[in-house]
Design a protein around this ligand. Structure first.
Ligand code: HEC
Ligand code: HEC
Length: 355
C-alpha cells in the first residue's frame, strides 16, 4: 500500500516534468520556465532520497562527543586484531571513501574473505548491515569483524577486553564515554562506541544541496542523468537517504547475475543466513553515495568500471539494454553523490595511537 502510494506520487511528478519539458507548439500554453522544471526535479529528488540528516541518530545509543571520540580511536587501532596489524580502517579507509578499493580484503592472517568491503560512510543510515543484511545496525555489526578469523581474528571478546583494560588511554576514554558504568570497558560498550562514531560518518553532497533548494547545485547534464535514473526505475531499489540500504532485493531479477558479472563463485546471498529458497541471490541494495569512489562493485567486487556496473543493473534488474548515452548520463548523476570528506576525518584523531 505504502509502496503504491509512493510510486503513484512519483508518477505524478514524472508526468508533470514530462509536461513542463514538452515543446508542444500547438497549444497556447507558454513553455514553463526552466526554473519550474528544475524545482519539480528537486521535489522528485526529495521524494526519492529525503533530506540527509546530519548524523544517523539511535535512541539507544546517544551520540556524546566522548563516545564518538572513543569510537574513532578504536576504529583506527590495530590492537583490535590478533597480530596487531589490522584495524577497521584497513578495509574501510576513511581517506578512500570508506573502502580499500580491493575486490575482497585480506585480514589479520592475509586470508581474504569472500565479499567486497562496503563503505562505512553513510552505512548507519541503512536499515540493515552486511551484503546479506544479517546485522540490524552498526552497533550489532561492529561486534562481528573483530572476532572473524579472516578479519581481525581476535579469539574471543574477553581476550580483547583484557588487552584494552591494560591500556591507560582506554581506561580514561571508556570512563568518559560511559560515565554511569562501574566497569566501562566491556565488549558491548566497545561496539556502542564504534557504532556511535559510524553514525557521524554522513557525507552531504551536491545532490543534497539540490534537494535543499539550490537548483544550480547540479549541472544540466547531472539533472538529465537524474531523470534517466528515475525513468529507468533505479529508484525503486536505490532510494532513501543513502540511495540504498533500505531493502534486500534479488540480484538478477531478470537473468542470473553471474552471466553478466562473470563471478567465479556464485554467492547465494541472504539464503546463507535463512536457508530459505526464496532468499536465494538476495542482497542488500547498496548505497550509491560516493559510488564513483567505492569501486570495485558488487558483493564480490568483480566489476571495476562504474559504467559497466550500471549497464549490468539495467540488464539484470530492469531487463533494459541501456544505451551508452543513457549509462553515461546516469553515471554523471551518480558522481554528484561524491562528497568532500573533511580532511580531519580521514585520519586517526591527533594525539592518540602514537605508539
Ligand atoms: C579484513 C577487512 C575488514 C575489516 C578489518 C573490517 N571490515 Fe567491515 N566489512 C568487511 C567486509 C568484507 C564486509 C562485508 C561482509 C559481508 O557483507 O558479508 C564488511 C562490512 C562492514 C559493514 C556493513 C556495511 C554495509 O553497508 O553493509 C560495516 C558498518 C563495517 N564493516 C564496519 C567495520 C568496523 C567498525 C570494523 C572494525 C571493528 C570493520 N568493519 C573491520 C571487511 C572488513
Ligand atoms: C530490483 C532492485 C534494483 C534495481 C531496480 C537497481 N538496483 Fe542497483 N543494486 C541492487 C542490488 C541488490 C545491488 C547489489 C548487488 C550485489 O552486488 O549483490 C545493486 C548494486 C548496484 C551498484 C553497485 C554498487 C556497489 O557499491 O557495489 C550500482 C552502481 C547500482 N546498483 C546502480 C543501479 C542503477 C544505476 C540502477 C538503474 C539502472 C539500478 N542500480 C537498479 C538492486 C537494484
Amino acid at each position: 500500500m505504502k509502496k503504491t502510494l509512493i510510486l503513484s506520487t512519483l508518477a505524478t511528478f514524472g508526468a508533470l516534468i514530462a509536461c513542463n519539458s514538452g515543446k508542444n507548439q500547438e497549444t497556447t500554453q507558454t513553455e514553463a520556465p526552466k526554473e519550474n522544471t528544475d524545482s519539480l526535479l528537486m521535489e522528485l529528488a526529495k521524494a526519492t532520497f529525503g533530506t540527509l540528516p546530519e548524523v544517523a541518530a539511535n535512541p539507544d545509543n546517544a551520540l556524546t562527543e566522548d563516545k564518538v571520540l572513543l569510537g574513532r580511536v578504536l576504529f583506527f587501532d590495530t590492537r583490535l586484531s590478533k597480530k596487531g596489524n589490522i584495524s577497521c580502517n584497513s578495509c574501510h579507509s576513511l581517506d578512500k571513501f570508506g573502502v580499500d578499493n580491493e575486490p575482497t580484503s585480506p585480514g589479520d592472517d592475509g586470508v581474504r574473505g569472500g565479499r567486497n568491503s562496503p563503505t562505512v560512510f553513510n552505512a548507519a543510515l541503512q536499515h540493515m548491515q552486511f551484503w546479506d543484511g544479517r546485522a540490524k545496525d552498526v552497533e550489532e555489526q561492529a561486534g562481528g569483524p573483530i572476532l572473524n578469523p579472516v578479519e581481525h581474528n581476535i579469539p574471543d571478546s574477553g581476550f580483547l577486553i583484557k588487552k584494552l583494560s591494560k591500556v591507560p588511554m582506554y581506561k580514561d576514554l571508556f570512563a568518559k564515554a560511559f560515565p554511569d558504568d562501574k566497569t566501562p570497558i566491556t565488549y558491548a560498550n566497545l561496539t556502542k562506541a564504534i557504532g556511535a562514531f559510524e553514525r557521524t560518518l554522513i557525507t552531504p553532497s551536491r545532490v543534497d544541496k539540490f534537494i535543499a533548494g539550490d537548483l544550480n547545485a547540479l549541472t544540466p547534464e547531472e539533472k538529465t542523468g537524474f531523470q534517466v535514473f528515475m525513468d529507468a526505475g533505479c529508484n525503486t531499489c536505490h532510494n532513501g537517504p543513502a540511495a540504498g540500504g533500505m531493502l534486500l532485493q534479488k540480484f538478477g531479477v531478470y537473468s542470473d547475475y553471474w552471466t553478466q558479472t562473470k563471478s567465479s563463485k556464485v554467492d547465494d546471498g541472504r539464503f546463507e543466513v535463512t536457508k530459505d529458497e526464496n532468499d536465494k541471490y538476495f542482497f542488500k541494495v547498496p548505497t550509491l553515495r560516493n559510488v564513483e569512489k567505492t569501486f570495485p562493485y558488487f558483493h564480490d567486487g568483480g566489476i571495476t568500471d562504474l559504467n559497466e556496473a550500471v549497464r549490468i543493473m539495467g540488464k539484470v534488474q530492469l531487463n533494459k539494454d541501456l544505451s551508452n548515452e543513457q549509462i553515461a548520463s546516469i553515471v554523471s548523476f551518480l558522481k554528484a553523490f561524491t562528497a568532500d570528506i573533511p580532511e580531519n576525518l580521514k585520519h586517526a584523531p591527533e594525539g592518540y595511537l602514537t605508539n
